[in-house]
Design a protein. Structure first.
Length: 464
């Protein structure tokens, strides 16, 4: 497909963060995909980090790793779960990556002595990265989520790049969806539209007119409210879309279908809406999820359990796995620092399975090892991911093989029994960002091994 035939949708947010731009983008993409359009989503984050790989989970939630080893924003996990299409480094770009690329080009002399500025050099870099997925010819529609909130200083170059692209691509080839909040004031007993009006005003001050307004709300928007928003936010009446709070994010595609978001988008992009959305498989999953036949409880052992987003993909994986066997999976989050020999039996009372989560550093390590030991000795189903798997190796070495000093060189560089150690290829690496061997890797299984019998294959792909 030629680049000019790819359509672009930009999703911006206003009033406050955490309104769910990623879920709206993923839900719209799901509806467009179900109509037969090849669709992908990308996320542009305004922070200066090159990627979220070195960010503390308390800062930004989990770091989602793609098949090609890219460390990306957790929203890409939602994109993959909604669309069942792999993402890559091209689907997540930060300000840091944009500036790093421009500076590297300047050092190579690619700008031929020009003064390098935000406009045009930074904005051109952003535009190129927005259009990269369209250039591949694999997608009819590319949805771009702009992180942050309109008016933020750090997101201004992205907003300006969007403004330029809207002009360059033409109104039939690119549109803007603005997600905003319509709060309910209990004292006045009414919904207030003024925050949304001001958010749209801020967007228009940057030269961008929203084509569609998606309004996050905790109660139904009346026709009067919708007409008022349409009038004062300069959008068509059918382009005011209600996004009411849902019991699960997996309800949102159906809610957006009821509101007609996909039909309005296709109309504005001059695309056919003849094929009705086929959400049969999606709704079968949703029915199983909402109508479980049994319940189990899983203990999630981690160091960042205070923030749910720290283990977002693990929590969502339990939802999908549970739904597939019509089982409600109740997650009991347990901080590894709170586990000791005296309380472990009480902590794990009623637990059907134990998952020890990933992490870095020595904090809470002994609690994780105790959890592994409890799972092994009490014959409780266990799953260790990344650091959790390493703790299982250490626990086995200490308590079964008798190596009482067994440890990881990450936690104790002086250990006499380093059962977990740095790979040779990593020992000379100094930088922390973007240096780990991540992504999907081909793995050859030893013939007649337990793993080969379980998978019944000679080669599998493992994810690191």
């Amino acid at each position: 497909m030629a680049e000019k035939s790819t359509k672009y949708i930009f999703v911006t947010g206003g009033v406050t963060s955490s309104l769910g731009k990623g879920i709206i983008a993923a839900s719209l993409a799901k509806l467009l995909q179900s109509r037969g359009y090849t669709t992908t989503i990308q996320k542009f984050d305004p922070y200066i980090n090159v990627d979220p790989g070195t960010l503390n989970p308390y800062e930004h939630g989990e770091c989602f790793v793609t098949d090609d080893g890219a460390e990306t924003d957790l929203d890409l996990g939602h994109y993959e779960r909604f669309l069942n299409v792999p993402t890559s480094q091209a689907n997540n770009v930060t300000s840091g990556r944009v500036y790093l690329s421009v500076i590297e080009k300047e050092r190579k002399g690619e700008f031929l002595g020009k003064t390098v500025q935000v406009i045009p050099h930074i904005t051109n870099e952003i535009k190129d990265r927005i259009k990269n997925l369209g250039k591949e010819g694999n997608y009819d529609i590319v949805i771009t989520e702009i992180g942050g909130t309109v008016g933020d200083i750090e997101s201004l170059p992205f907003i300006e790049a969007v403004r330029q692209l809207l002009w360059e691509l033409g109104e039939d080839n690119a549109i803007v969806i603005h997600l905003t909040l319509v709060p309910y004031l209990a004292a006045a007993k009414e919904l207030k539209t003024k925050p949304t009006q001001h958010s749209i005003k801020t967007l228009m001050e940057s030269g961008i007119k929203a084509d569609i307004l998606v309004c996050r709300t905790d109660r139904e928007l009346s026709n009067e409210i919708r007409e008022k928003l349409a009038l004062f936010c300069n959008v068509k009446r059918d382009s005011v879309i209600q996004s009411i709070d849902a019991s699960t994010i997996y309800d949102v595609p159906n809610l957006m279908l009821e509101e007609g978001l996909d039909r309005v988008v296709l109309k504005k992009l001059k695309l056919s809406a003849e094929n009705e959305p086929n959400l049969t498989q999606w709704n079968e999953f949703l029915h199983k999820f909402k109508n479980p036949k049994q319940t189990i409880t899983i203990g999630l052992i981690g160091k960042y359990v205070e923030l749910q987003d720290s283990y977002k993909s693990i929590l969502e994986a339990f939802i999908h796995a549970g739904a597939s066997v019509e089982t409600q999976v109740i997650i009991q989050s347990i901080h590894s620092e709170h586990i000791d020999k005296h309380n472990i039996t009480e902590i794990f009372k009623g637990i059907d399975g134990i998952l020890v989560a990933p992490g870095f550093g020595e904090r809470g390590i002994e609690g994780k090892i105790l959890a592994v030991n409890y799972a092994r000795t009490q014959n409780i189903p266990f799953f260790g991911i990344c650091l959790g798997m390493q703790m299982a190796v250490i626990e086995f070495a200490r308590n079964v093989l008798g190596y009482t000093d067994a440890n990881s060189t990450e936690m104790n560089p002086e250990t006499s029994t380093p059962v977990i150690s740095m790979m040779e290829s990593q020992k000379t690496v100094v930088n922390k960002g973007g240096t780990m061997r991540l992504g999907s890797w081909e793995c050859s299984l030893k013939k007649d091994s337990l793993a080969s019998k379980i998978y019944q294959k000679e080669t599998i792909f493992v994810f690191a």
